[in-house]
Design a binder for this molecule. Structure first.
Ligand SMILES: Nc1nc2c(ncn2[C@@H]2O[C@H](COP(=O)(O)OP(=O)(O)OP(=O)(O)O)[C@@H](O)[C@H]2O)c(=O)[nH]1
Ligand SMILES: [Mg+2]
Length: 312
């Protein structure tokens, strides 16, 4: 199945991604085997671009427009739309199909939604695996759409080579983005819906926050703040040019290699933590643990000793 998927069979690719999404042993097997598929000059490596921001900011519409830019350059693109909180992809999938529908019939475009099924590690574990599968399937670019609210979501959103934060005009949107922790993960900002009043102000707010934070980002990169209208495609070319500039900056400075290594280390930590948590749940589910819990609740035992007893 994996061989078919990586050779260009779209139905097989969809099925492999479902295995990754569901987790467990099949996902693990996919993970172990996908790395073995490589070209003569090494593993296939797509470049990942995160597109994150508040619900309704226009991420899918912008993604659709960016697909147009990428296809204009003759390159292949996959989109992974992540929905960390929802156990159902139905609604999100429908919305994405509608908003990215311009490219539904293009064989060099692949669009997929993914939601967590509450399995070991959830989407934070499944997403990088899915990206590796799409990379191995020969997509030059992998766009990852995530809603940037909540700690887990922001963590997932930052797991890309270039991360784009989408905000809208209107007082406070930049402040909300900052509160959500998006300033730290942004390599570039897009003030989308710039056809509405307040776009220049939002741009100024973000520039000011960047001034105040005093961070120039990795290797002296200051995130540019761009205006765009995703619905008409206005200035989307400039957004894509900025992505290219960030990529070039990172490739020249060595920042990309460093960033991917750091991400790999974080991925290993997350997998390990998920596995240990699983072990902890198993250890604390038996009758022995129930007895210890009773003793702790009755004040006969302290919880530290209870843990020692379980591990001992
Ligand atoms: N006026 C205007 N509307 C826009 C623009 N971009 C997107 N929209 C509209 O904003 C709404 C939300 O767009 P989406 O692309 O679905 O936003 P999203 O961020 O993907 O939303 P979620 O995935 O639900 O979080 C849609 O009705 C779009 O047509 C824009 O540049 N200008
Ligand atoms: Mg969307």
């Amino acid at each position: 199945l994996l061989g078919d998927a990586l050779a260009g069979d779209r139905a097989a690719l969809a099925r492999v991604l479902s295995l990754v999404e569901r987790g467990g042993e099949p996902a693990r097997q996919v993970g172990a085997q996908v790395g073995l598929h490589r070209d003569a000059d090494g593993p296939r490596r797509g470049y990942t671009v995160g597109i994150t921001g508040a619900p309704g900011a226009g991420k899918s519409t912008l993604t659709n427009a960016l697909i147009g830019e990428i296809r204009g350059h003759g390159q292949r693109v996959a989109v992974l739309a992540l929905d960390p909180s929802s156990p159902f992809t139905g609604g999100a999938l429908l919305g994405d199909r509608v908003r990215m529908g311009d490219h539904a019939l293009d064989d060099d475009v692949f669009i997929r939604s993914m939601a967590t099924r509450g399995h070991l590690g959830g989407l934070a574990v499944a997403a990088p695996e899915a990206v590796r599968v799409l990379s191995a399937a020969g997509f030059d670019w992998i766009l990852v759409e995530t809603v940037g609210v909540g700690q887990v979501e922001v963590e997932v959103a930052g797991q890309t080579d270039t991360t784009m934060v989408v905000v809208n005009p209107g007082w406070g949107d930049a402040v909300q983005a900052a509160k959500a922790g998006l300033m730290e993960i942004a390599d570039l900002f897009v003030v989308n819906k710039a056809d509405r009043p307040g776009a220049a102000e939002a741009q100024r707010d973000l520039e000011r926050m960047l001034d105040l934070s005093g961070t120039t980002g990795e290797g002296g990169w200051r995130p540019p703040v761009l205006l765009a209208v995703a619905t008409t495609g206005d200035h989307v070319d400039a957004v894509w040019t900025a992505v290219g500039a960030h990529r070039a900056h990172q490739e020249e400075s060595g920042g990309l290699v460093e960033r991917r290594r750091r991400r790999a280390a974080e991925e290993i930590t997350r997998l390990l933590a998920a596995r240990l948590l699983n072990d902890a749940r198993r250890l604390t589910s038996g009758p022995e643990a129930a007895k210890l819990a009773e003793a702790v609740a009755d004040g006969k035992l302290d919880p530290w000793t209870a843990v020692d007893d379980l591990l001992g």
